[in-house]
Design a protein around this ligand. Structure first.
Ligand code: M6R
Length: 610
């Protein structure tokens, strides 16, 4: 989705802004632009396509301004084009604005402004913002004139927004505001930065301010002042982020995705952290749950989108089996509109790597309104979801830059399994099983290392099937959840059509699609179900399918075209190992096809609009 960068300091702004945009490229975009305050005017340079088109524009190196805003656009209103790219100016060229989000009442506001003599040159919802600010600015005076005009304009906006504004008349100020859309402020010594997310400006600072909804920040070179929605001054402290700048670099890997796949042993170790000790109870300092409270819970919902939802499916298995609490997993965009049965006896868990997914945040707000207690699981400290939830717990996967989620997924699976153990410990349920699981978790990182060593075998098979049109993924039980994730990963970065099915469901329709030469991937890690899944795979072999099997069981390798034997592990955490060959499978297929692995078409890393 759209990315925002801002800089105010003593250096030339344009190279810093472009550097920031390059680091936000992974979010997905179709055009880019920057705007700086020059001597007595605002510059705007923008173009359709990649950021590299922007920095090749004639004159961009001549920009001298030391304050500027920049944007990568992911089209919502109006096609990708130079005209629709941000920044947008008001008619008098006094204000320049970039915006992330959607203004829902823009038609109404556009008519209002048109009736007041304003002209629009783009099809975007954003262009109303600088003009609305100008409309109010004309009638304001005094020291807070610029801020008051921005505030008045924002009061008229419905929808979601993260907005940066610069003004020709205020060459030493930048104003930012957000509502339901991400934006962070990085604090330097004599310079300050804005970004949609932390990794983009991590090489400049590790100290960040976080804005809540409808809070305004006025940035100067050496200060940031904060105001609430009525422009009362508020005080904020910076938060220091532990991630280091190199964690947002490729570090010699060809792609972020590959680097992130190989970072999984560390990500899992960090996520386990000090929560687990095989000889004592599992600890979550952030949660102070009691046996009495958990005994009142009659249902748990796990709500998320995409890969995070797949991690939720693994969590459901652990919570139901270890804690005997009925658990439902739901897609956030469905949950929020289907009037779910949620009350004060429901515990709702929301999983989001970015912590900024619009549907997941909306689902969380709805659950709170209905009286449920809410827990956010996120990878980003201070992200929106963590600020909305009653409790927040973190995966410690480090920044995930590739659009296709890998280390975040396995860390989410790890964390939600630890959460299930924490609940089971409090409830004194299944002690023997839980203690065995704790021991097995402690040994997991080295099994991940072993699994990663299978990469060459996966690569070989990928080379054989990369030109396929359809690939199917089958599994039963927990392996079915992994099949879904394998299938999603493949679609995302290889553009190969793919479906996943519970293996036993095949005969009820999908087997009609199986024909000579089609590729079927079977995941079999549950020793109680392996024979059943083998029978289903046999059925597709009979119909001419090529088969890849991922298993930790002793199966007859001669049956399949390729068998990948992964280390045996406790079934509650087997998805953390079995997904790795599937991540590598989609990675190598994408590479073989010569695609952009880290930035697949049409996708955005963090989906901040519904
Ligand atoms: O940031 P979130 O975890 O909330 O993102 C949810 C999904 O958009 C995300 O997992 C998506 O499915 C990934 N691109 C999958 O690789």
């Amino acid at each position: 989705m759209c990315g925002i960068v801002g800089y105010i300091g003593n250096q030339k702004a344009s190279p810093i802004l472009i550097n920031g945009l390059i680091r936000l490229e992974y979010r997905g975009y179709d055009s880019a632009g920057i705007s700086t305050v020059e001597k007595d005017s605002l510059s705007v340079m923008k173009d359709k396509g990649r950021v590299k088109n922007l920095y090749q524009l004639k004159g961009i190196n001549d920009l001298e301004g030391t304050i500027g805003i920049a944007h990568t656009r992911w089209a919502t209103h109006g096609k990708p084009s130079k005209e629709n790219a941000h920044p947008h100016l008001d008619n008098s060229k006094t204000f320049s604005v970039v915006h992330n989000g959607i203004i829902e009442n823009y038609n109404e506001l556009k008519k209002f402004l048109t009736d007041h003599g304003y002209t629009f040159y783009s099809q975007t919802d954003t262009e109303i913002i600088p003009n609305l600010i100008h409309y109010y600015y004309k009638n304001e005076s005094g020291d807070l004139r610029f801020l008051q005009a921005v505030k008045n304009a924002c009061s008229d906006l419905k929808g979601s927004f993260a907005i940066e504004v610069i003004c020709k008349d205020y060459p030493d100020n930048m104003i930012v505001v957000r509502k339901d859309s991400p934006l962070v402020i990085g604090k330097g010594e004599t310079e300050n930065y804005i970004s949609s997310d932390i990794p983009a400006i991590l090489s400049f600072t590790r100290n960040f301010y976080l804005l809540n909804d409808l809070e305004f920040a006025v940035l100067t070179r050496d200060n940031v002042s904060f105001y609430d929605k009525d422009l009362n001054i508020i005080k904020k402290n910076t938060q220091t982020i532990e991630w280091n700048a190199s964690s947002a670099e490729k570090d010699g890997y060809e792609d972020f995705m590959l680097k992130e796949i190989y970072e999984q042993p560390t990500a899992i170790r960090e996520t386990i952290g000090s929560k687990l000790n095989e000889f004592s109870k599992c600890e979550f300092e952030e949660l102070k749950f009691t046996k009495e409270y958990l005994a009142t819970i009659n249902k748990i919902y796990i709500v998320a989108c995409g890969t995070a939802m797949h991690a939720g499916l693994v969590g459901k298995n652990a919570i139901e089996k270890l804690c005997q609490i009925p658990t439902e997993v739901d897609i956030a965009s469905e949950f929020r509109y289907r009037h779910p049965l949620v009350d004060d006896k429901t515990l709702c868990i929301f999983i989001s790597q970015s912590g900024e997914t619009a549907d997941t945040i909306a689902a969380l707000k709805l659950s709170k309104e209905n009286g449920a207690k809410t827990i956010a699981i996120s990878n980003v400290i201070g992200s929106s979801i963590t600020r909305e939830a009653d409790y927040s717990i973190y995966t410690h996967a480090g920044p995930e830059i590739a659009v296709a989620s890998t280390k975040a997924y396995t860390s989410q699976v790890m964390l939600i399994t630890l959460l299930a153990i924490y609940f089971a410990d409090i409830l004194d349920r299944n002690t023997t099983t839980v203690n065995q699981l704790k021991t097995d978790i402690m040994n997991l990182p080295k099994k991940i290392d072993e699994t990663l060593k299978l990469s060459e075998v996966v690569k070989d098979f990928s080379k054989k099937v990369y030109q396929e049109k359809d690939i199917f993924f089958l599994g039963r039980g927990i392996d079915e959840a992994v099949a879904r994730e394998g299938s999603l990963k493949l679609k995302e970065i290889s553009y190969i059509h793919s479906e996943s099915y519970p293996a036993g469901e095949l005969k009820h329709g999908p087997i009609a699609l199986i024909e000579n030469g089609i590729t079927v991937v079977g995941i079999m890690t549950d020793k109680n179900l392996v024979e059943k899944t083998i029978s289903n795979i046999q059925e597709v072999i009979t119909r001419g399918a090529k088969t890849l099997v991922i298993t930790n069981q002793n199966v007859d390798k001669n049956m399949f075209n390729m068998t990948i034997k992964i280390p045996e592990v406790n079934p509650f955490i087997s998805p953390i190992l079995s997904v790795i060959p599937l991540q590598l499978f989609s990675y190598y297929i994408s590479k073989e096809k010569g695609l952009d692995v880290d930035k697949p078409r049409n996708l955005a890393k963090s989906v901040t609009v519904e």
